[in-house]
Design a protein. Structure first.
Length: 462
């Protein structure tokens, strides 16, 4: 039969350039499982409704199973001149079983068929990405629990600010990935509605049951409005947005790992499994994985903007522009899956250099805010006055080449006599870190509470 099944109105042979521009099989062949699954559900519904015979359904169902095996074994290669994956499979089915195969497309259009296949793909990968996020959160929580007493400088503006612990820092990323996970979960629920049965845009006069196909395919229900359904790509935009946000979080962590593994920091050491060497400098160990993860964030952001731009001016309902919806999603999904797997491995394998982290806490007067807080609480000074006194103490420490925590009581009182004896202990960096016991704070006891909270949450989700 003709490879151009949907060509009843067209009498001239298509230009080769048109075919090259129009044909989507080279990339949408990835949807073969979804197309076969959707066709089996549609054929089942047609037979249940008496639209096709049980015998036709049995042939269609068995033929589609054979095609699935043929594709996965390489017997049926999806590299011909078919227009798309839908036509390729329908053509193969008709070649195998004859007229019964021609009845498969009753009461559906490629518009709702494409929407179904693509939605099934997005929904399945939404679940896979969410599962990988849980694995990463588990790794970060484990790392946090092991390092809840290891100090490092907390930073603002990439400048040393206040002492925190490394576990606390890891939990900040666990919290980001938790939000990412929740976005994927809510997107799955919001988009778990079946498009099939909407046909071209307005439904069908056949006595179909959209609820039957919805149930068969694991959706919550059929979509509400067919005009919206065949032209809707919000589900694709959502997975692109969710991936872009997640990759932004991965990129922020990657930037820190790149800095922390540099000689100037030496706070972490990436395993040799997750680093590369230089082609010319034998001493080099490059953090290529976090660099690549950081770079791929721009790639997935581009895919999101591309589809937003495609969709922004389209009238209802389906337009061929929407063929541009898939390649960016396929690319972003592949990127997300690989990125999450390698990130999890890299963090689990990296070495935390405790001594270097804690040594860095003696740079930048991390406990200065504790002195200001002391003067407010114990001496009753307005914070702004306490702030300026503390600034003078910092200047004194700088002149002496010391950290503020190394100043003696006499040196502190030379700036202001209202500084009492108890302040010396408060200025110790570990005391400063553990003083931050407000909910969500960096004190080790609070960090471990956050660990337990996330562990409990993970148990409920897994």
């Amino acid at each position: 039969m003709s490879k151009k099944i949907a060509s009843a109105r067209i009498s001239e042979k298509s230009s080769q350039l048109l075919q090259d521009l129009n044909n989507s099989l080279p990339f949408d062949k990835i949807l073969y499982r979804e197309d076969i699954k959707g066709s089996q559900a549609h054929a089942y519904m047609l037979s249940e409704q008496g639209i096709i015979t049980k015998e036709d359904f049995a042939q269609i169902d068995a033929g589609l199973e054979e095609i699935l095996e043929e594709v996965e074994s390489g017997v049926f290669k999806l590299d011909g001149d078919d227009e798309d994956i839908h036509m390729a499979i329908e053509g193969r089915l008709t070649d195998k079983i004859g007229d019964a195969g021609k009845r498969l497309h009753t009461a559906r259009s490629r518009n709702d068929q494409v929407a179904l296949d693509f939605r099934l793909y997005v929904q399945n990968n939404t679940k896979v990405i969410a599962s990988l996020l849980l694995e990463n959160i588990t790794t970060f929580v484990k790392t946090a629990e092991e390092h809840a007493k290891v100090m490092l400088p907390g930073m603002t503006h990439l400048q040393h600010a206040q002492p925190i612990n490394f576990g606390y820092h890891m939990l900040a990323y666990a919290s980001m990935f938790k939000r990412d996970y929740e976005r994927f979960v809510t997107s799955y629920e919001r988009n778990n509605y079946s498009p099939i049965g909407c046909a071209a845009l307005a439904g069908t006069p056949h006595n179909i049951s959209r609820q039957t196909t919805s149930d068969k395919l694991g959706f919550n229900a059929p979509t509400l409005n067919c005009l919206d359904t065949v032209s809707d790509r919000d589900f694709a935009l959502e997975i692109l947005f969710n991936i872009s946000t997640m990759m932004m979080h991965i990129s922020r962590l990657s930037e820190e790992l790149i800095l922390w593994s540099a000689s100037e920091f030496k706070w972490v050491t990436l395993s040799d499994r997750h680093a590369t060497g230089s082609s010319i400098m034998p001493q080099k160990k490059n953090p290529d994985i976090p660099e690549l993860l950081r770079g791929k964030t721009g790639r997935v952001n581009g895919n999101l903007v591309a589809l937003l731009t495609v969709m922004k001016g389209l009238p209802l309902a389906y337009n061929k522009d929407m063929q541009e919806d898939k390649e960016g999603v396929f690319d972003s999904v592949r990127t997300a899956l690989l990125s999450l797997q390698v990130l999890n491995e890299m963090v689990a394998d990296m070495t935390v250099n405790v001594e270097e982290m804690e040594k860095a806490c003696m740079i930048g007067h991390l406990s200065a805010t504790d002195l200001a807080d002391y003067l407010v609480k114990e001496a009753g000074l307005p914070f702004r006055d306490a702030y300026h006194i503390t600034g003078n103490v910092v200047n004194l420490a700088e002149e002496k080449g010391l950290d503020i925590s190394e100043l003696t009581l006499e040196e502190l009182q030379s700036i202001d006599e209202r500084i009492g004896e108890g302040v010396v202990a408060l200025l110790d960096n570990r005391a400063s870190m553990n003083a931050r016991v407000s909910e969500g704070g960096t004190a080790t006891v609070r960090t471990l509470e956050q660990v337990e909270s996330l562990k409990s949450w993970l148990e409920n989700e897994q």
